[in-house]
Design a protein around this ligand. Structure first.
Ligand SMILES: [Zn+2]
Length: 109
C-alpha cells in the first residue's frame, strides 16, 4: 500500500474544510483580541515602545485573520501566494491565517 501517485484531487481532500478553517480563525482572532485587551488593561504609557510594538503585531495578525476569512469566501484559502501550491495542512493548523507555504514564508520573512 502506497500513497505514491495520489491524484491531486485526493491530496486536496487533506486540506482543512472551510468550516474547520473558520473555527481556527475565530479562535486565533479571539486569542489576539484577549491579548489586545490585556495590553490595554495594563495601561502602558504612550511612549512605551515595547507595548506599542506588541499592539502593532497583534493588529497586523488581526488584519491577516480578516484577510484569511475573505480568502475562504473567494476560495483561495490554503493556497500559497508565492508559489500557488497548497499550503500544508499542518502549517494551517499552527498558522491558520498564513498566506504562504513554509518555503515562501521564509522568503517573505
Ligand atoms: Zn509557496
Amino acid at each position: 500500500m502506497s500513497l505514491d501517485g495520489a491524484a491531486p484531487t485526493e491530496r486536496q481532500l487533506q486540506r482543512p474544510s472551510a468550516h474547520e478553517a473558520r473555527q481556527r480563525l475565530e479562535h486565533a482572532r479571539a486569542t489576539r483580541l484577549t491579548q489586545l485587551r490585556a495590553l490595554d488593561a495594563a495601561g502602558h504609557a504612550p511612549d512605551d515602545y515595547v507595548a506599542a510594538g506588541q499592539r502593532d503585531a497583534i493588529e497586523r495578525a488581526l488584519k491577516e485573520i480578516d484577510d484569511a476569512f475573505t480568502r475562504i469566501e473567494d476560495g483561495t484559502y490554503g493556497t500559497c501566494r508565492g508559489c500557488a501550491k497548497p499550503v500544508p495542512a499542518e502549517r494551517l493548523e499552527i498558522l491558520p491565517y498564513t498566506r504562504h507555504c513554509v518555503a515562501c514564508g521564509r522568503r517573505a520573512a
